[in-house]
Design a protein around this ligand. Structure first.
Ligand code: PAF
Length: 302
């Protein structure tokens, strides 16, 4: 247990100037009380190791709501056995200080056992948008995400939850779960925040060596090229080949580089529908993902 955090049995504590709540039932009661008082509550779920992308989600939540809750929980069930769960950065006090400085009212930082009680036997499984891409390459990942997000929404019954567009497929999975289960929460997807050279902010960027950090810009470059070629009317096969070429030139080991339907991730994009370019690749031991929305193209005449 992180000694900077109060334990579940004790009342919420103030850490770095923000109220840290560890207990799901007490968290839920606090949000419901605020809402009974007429306050609109926004929720930003995170795994911590916060950066300006999270900061932007919090800022947008604060602009739309009276109170904001951010959760900090490194969710074990969304990591595969060979993934980076144990080394995932956990700078909890710094995260709390950042959230406090932004005006977040509560940090929800549950113990693993309070979200996953001993002997738990329940998981949320989303099919459809959860199946291709990350779903194929990271079996169980989206079930882990859907399960924890559902559990977090029970503890934080906010009016609106905000997610970053960088994890595009995740946003589709969360939206589908909320729709299918009728969960009473709005989902808002906010734009990706980028470094000045275009690299999308991610907690995993911290793993990159200086040389890999330079090469990582290839993901954004491949997406810019996809947008340009899409706008010029190129077919999807040619766009995907151009994306792969850029990534290969920079030595990115490609997991996928694809242009698909924006809302279903289907490879067939109906004429006049929006698309999305998706990219995932590895630099050394670091795996990065990114995407670019592509606006609908005019339907061919006739
Ligand atoms: O995007 C993330 O940081 C995580 O997948 C989330 C939504 C907080 C669930 O653990």
């Amino acid at each position: 247990m992180n000694p900077a955090k109060p334990s579940t049995g004790t009342a919420a504590a103030a850490i770095s100037g923000v109220v840290v709540e560890r207990d799901p039932a007490r968290m839920r009661a606090a949000v419901l009380a605020a809402q009974r008082g007429g306050r609109r509550v926004g929720f930003v779920p995170t795994m911590g190791a916060l950066h300006a992308g999270h900061g932007s989600l919090v800022a947008q939540a604060l602009a739309r709501c009276d109170d904001v809750v951010a959760s900090v929980f490194v969710n074990p069930s969304q990591f595969g056995p060979t993934e980076d769960f144990s080394r995932y950065p956990r700078p909890f006090a710094a995260d709390c200080a950042l959230l406090a400085s932004q005006g977040v009212r509560w940090v929800f930082a549950p113990e693993t056992e309070s979200l996953y009680p001993a002997g738990h036997a329940t998981a949320v499984v989303v099919t459809g948008p959860a199946e291709p891409f990350e779903g194929m390459l990271r079996p169980g990942h989206f079930s882990g995400v859907a399960t924890v997000v559902c559990r977090l929404f029970l503890a934080v019954p906010a009016d609106v939850a905000l997610f970053g567009a960088k994890d595009w497929q995740q946003t589709l999975v969360v939206r589908r779960m909320v729709r299918d289960l009728g969960l009473p929460i709005e989902i808002e997807v906010c734009p990706t925040v980028r470094e000045s050279d275009g690299l999308a902010l991610s907690s995993r960027n911290a793993y990159l060596s200086p040389a890999d950090r330079q090469r990582a810009v290839a993901l954004h470059e491949s997406l810019c090229q996809a947008a340009a070629l899409w706008g010029a009317g190129q077919d999807v096969t040619a766009i995907e080949a151009a994306m792969r070429h850029i990534l290969e030139q920079r030595g990115v080991s490609i997991d996928y580089a694809a242009v698909v339907d924006r809302d279903t991730l289907a490879t067939q994009i109906p004429p006049g529908s929006p698309a999305v370019a998706l990219v995932a690749g590895r630099l050394g031991t670091t795996r990065l993902i990114d995407n670019q929305e592509l606006p609908p193209r005019p339907r061919p005449p006739g």
